[in-house]
Structure formats: C-alpha cells, structure tokens
Design a protein around this ligand. Structure first.
Ligand code: ATP
Ligand code: MG
Length: 266
C-alpha cells in the first residue's frame, strides 16, 4: 500500500498541559460543543491512556475504543459515540500505545482508514491528551494543526507548561503554540502568566507563544461535573471568545495521521 496520505481539510486541535488537573478535558468538551453548535461536525478523540474522563463527565460508556479496532474486534464506524448533534467522541483506550507494535502493513492500513474516516465525517477533531511529558502526549501534540497548552496561574503548572513547550520545540520542531489560562481570577492575572511563559519560551526556545485567552475559576463547574453536565454558560462564553482567535484553515495541510505515521517510524 502507498504510504503517503492525501492532504487533510480536517482541523486537528490538540489540548495539552504539563501539570494534570488544569482543565484539559472540560475544555475539550466545551470546545467540542461550541464548534458543533456553530454547525461543524466535531470529533473529540480521547488520547488519555485508559484513564479517560470524558465519558465519565458525560456519564456515557463507550462500548469500543481504539484498541478494539487495532485488535480487529470492531470497525471504525462503530467507534464514535454520539454526544450531541454533530458531536462525537472516540476513546483511545490503550490503543494509541499499541499502534507502535503493529506490523508495518497493518499499521499503515489502520492509519489510512482513520485518516479517510475523519476526512469524510468531521470538520474538527479535538485531541485531549494525558498531562506531562508522556511519549503519547508529545506525539499527539506534535502532529495536530493547532496545539493549545493549558495552564492555571499556579507556579508549578506554569513551570510544567513551559517544560512541555520546550520539549515539543526542541525534540519535535513545533514552533507555534496557543496558551490558554484556566482557573484565573481575572485577566490581569492571566496576562501575567502569559508574559512569564512567553518570556521563558523566547529566551530558551525557538517557539512563539500566542495568548488565546483566559477562563475564570467557577465553582459551578465542579458541581455541574458532579451532575454529569460538564458545561457552564459563563465558562463556555469565555472559551468561545478564545477559540474564535484560532484561524480557520483555508487550505489543505499535511494530515495529522501522516505525521503520526512518520513519528511512529514508517
Ligand atoms: N475554570 C474552572 N473553574 C473551576 N473548576 C474547574 C475549572 N476548570 C476545570 N475545573 C475542575 O478541575 C478539575 C480538573 O478538570 P479536568 O479533568 O478537565 O482537568 P484535566 O487537565 O483534563 O485533568 P487530567 O490532567 O487529570 O486529565 C475538574 O474537577 C473540573 O471540574
Ligand atoms: Mg483530562
């Protein structure tokens, strides 16, 4: 089979962080809802290794995940779970990890199938990743079109966000990031966080960091998550403003899956 994949008109948005618990999953869900409400067909792909929270937050249980596909126990069509109109969710399970161990021929054919399936069915794919410097996170964030790094104003979260940016830049050549500050008290605090990450990145890396916006700390959100309704109107409005700043793609780009294939070693 031909290794080369065609260009992609699907926009892949990656949500990553150095420190855990900063809000990646809740941001992935709300961003998915916003784009779906705007008329786009959206897939949230949970890159978390088996410890996914998306289905817990929605109170849905995905029957099949990517590892079932890799083991030949299901077809791609059966993987997406419909969450809302135009919004779907696929759980990665341990699948992403297993891709690397597949015989080459089978790996290429699965990657082709995933690419084609996304091209036919979605406008946006939002990739939620595990926190930290895991190999999976690095691979996923270096293959997306739009890498968004989430941090809170906590010093440890800021230091870890910078560490992630540095690794992605030095090891994978990613040179442009969006920074989203969550759980902030006000914009002044968020801008100070942005300035410190921007300065570190400018001094020690080749990467540029763009300020995407900030999301306030909201007690309601935690209650809503407990009630399996992980959406809050104020939070969603702030996030809507932030994601409006992401340039919609006007041209075909190299496919996310083509980059994954290269990184896994074809
Ligand atoms: N703006 C906010 N205000 C208040 N609570 C928030 C806010 N954003 C996220 N949270 C809460 O923080 C907790 C962690 O959120 P979430 O699971 O989305 O983080 P995460 O980065 O995906 O975590 P992990 O690294 O474990 O995957 C949740 O209880 C969520 O409700
Ligand atoms: Mg999460």
């Amino acid at each position: 089979m031909e290794h080369k994949l065609k260009g992609s008109s699907v926009r892949y948005i990656g949500i990553g962080s150095g420190k855990g618990g900063v809000g990646k999953t809740i941001i992935s869900i709300n961003a998915g809802e916003i784009l779906a409400e705007q008329g786009y067909r959206v897939l949230i792909f949970d890159g978390d290794l088996g410890l996914s929270n998306i289905h817990l937050m929605y109170g849905i249980a995905p029957l099949k995940d990517l590892s079932d596909l890799i083991r030949g126990l299901t077809t791609i069509k059966e993987l997406p779970v419909k969450v809302k109109e135009r919004l779907f969710f696929i759980s990665g399970g341990s699948g992403f990890h297993e891709l690397a161990d597949l015989p080459k021929q089978r790996l290429v054919s699965i990657i082709h199938a995933l690419h084609e399936f996304a091209e036919e069915n979605y406008d946006y794919v939002i990739v939620d990743t595990p926190p930290g410097l895991h190999r999976t996170t690095i691979t996923l964030l270096s293959a997306v079109d739009v890498p968004i790094i989430v941090t809170t104003p906590e010093p440890t979260a800021i230091a870890d966000a910078y560490a992630l940016i540095k690794v992605l830049n030095k090891e994978e050549g990613v040179n442009s990031f969006h920074l989203l500050i969550n759980k902030a008290d006000n914009e002044g605090e968020a801008l100070a966080v942005y300035e410190s990450v921007k300065l570190l990145a400018a001094k020690y890396t080749e990467a540029s960091v763009n300020y995407l916006g900030f999301l306030k700390f909201r007690k309601n959100l935690i209650r809503n998550v407990i009630n399996q309704n992980p959406v809050d109107r104020g939070f969603k409005n702030e996030l809507k403003k932030a994601i409006q700043k992401i340039e919609p793609s006007k041209r075909e780009t190299e496919s996310f899956w083509s980059k994954i294939l290269k990184k896994i070693g074809i």
